[in-house]
Write a protein that binds this ligand. Structure first.
Ligand code: GUN
Length: 280
């Protein structure tokens, strides 16, 4: 029987735990505040930003929302980040991506103080993850580790194959699986014999950004499959990078889309906001 890993339920459980923790912190006089900046009005970004604000409200985290015009200059955005870096009452700063083309994303992400970088994108936090030091971890891969652990999937000693080498998912995912003592392979668009490499996986993490690319030819019988992709198909229905109907019958556990990895990203963002208290 294939187990469906319920990201919605697991993220709800994490948010409940965080809510309790935040109310304890409030009793100690510690309030948590997240600043969320959106530049422009990309509809998908607006949905994500609203979901983040709603999660803050549920947990008891104060959120400051900055909605800037599409034509906001890089200098103006940098100035805003510097002000938020200096504010003692702001614990986390999140700049929603993607940014308009005239703004250098790298420069913006590096401007956020590493101790307020709740996305875990700053090079200092990426470096800390690589050498096992304390720091913020990118939310999607951190959420995947929670999905695996809370579903009772053992990582230690397992063959873990990741498809995709992005800075946000693939690379930090490799570091986290390694930290859990998995044997990790990172594959990408130039990997030879991709199907064969993927078929070695006990745990297959798919983050390629191509709808339904992964069919059962890529999956070993009994593998655990984690689908990071999210796309809208021609009928306006959501689907992942994995062809779910084809793959689900042969694996031991799989994440659905929607309701798998997606909800975990926000839960881990909230986790990072709460952790920020410890780092600051
Ligand atoms: N855009 C899509 N995903 C993310 C994310 O995790 N963080 C930020 N800042 N922007 C995003």
């Amino acid at each position: 029987m294939t187990r469906i890993i319920d990201g919605k339920a697991i993220s709800a459980q994490i948010k409940e735990e965080l809510k309790v923790r935040v109310s304890e912190l409030k009793k100690e006089g510690k309030d948590i505040c997240l600043a969320v900046i959106q530049v422009g009005s990309d509809p998908a970004s607006s949905v994500y930003v609203n979901n983040k604000k709603r999660a803050c409200e549920f947990i008891g985290i104060r959120s400051l929302s900055y909605e800037l015009e599409e034509n906001t200059s890089e200098e103006k955005l940098l100035e805003m980040i510097h002000e938020l870096n200096d504010r003692a009452d702001v614990n986390g700063i999140l700049v929603q991506l993607p940014l308009p083309e005239h703004i250098n994303e790298d420069k913006i992400l590096k401007a956020i103080h590493p101790k307020k970088d709740v996305d875990g994108f700053h090079p200092q936090n990426v470096g800390a993850l690589c050498i096992g030091e304390l720091g913020f971890v990118s939310c999607t891969p951190a959420g995947i580790i929670q999905l695996l652990k809370r579903s009772g999937v053992e990582i230690e000693g397992k063959e873990c194959v990741i498809i995709g080498r992005s800075n946000i998912v693939g690379k930090p995912m490799a570091m986290l699986l390694l930290r859990e003592n998995g044997t990790v392979t990172v594959t990408h668009s130039r990997t030879r014999n991709l199907k064969e490499v993927c078929r070695r996986a006990d745990i297959l993490v798919v983050a390629i950004g191509k709808p339904k690319m992964i069919t059962k030819e890529y999956v070993k019988e009994g593998a655990v499959v984690i689908d990071v992709g999210i796309h809208r198909n021609e009928n306006n229905k959501l689907c992942g990078d994995v062809d779910y109907d084809d793959v689900a019958p042969i694996c031991s556990a799989i994440t659905p889309v929607p309701g798998g990895v997606g909800p975990m990203t926000i839960a881990m963002l909230m986790h990072n906001c709460v952790e920020s208290i410890k780092l600051q």
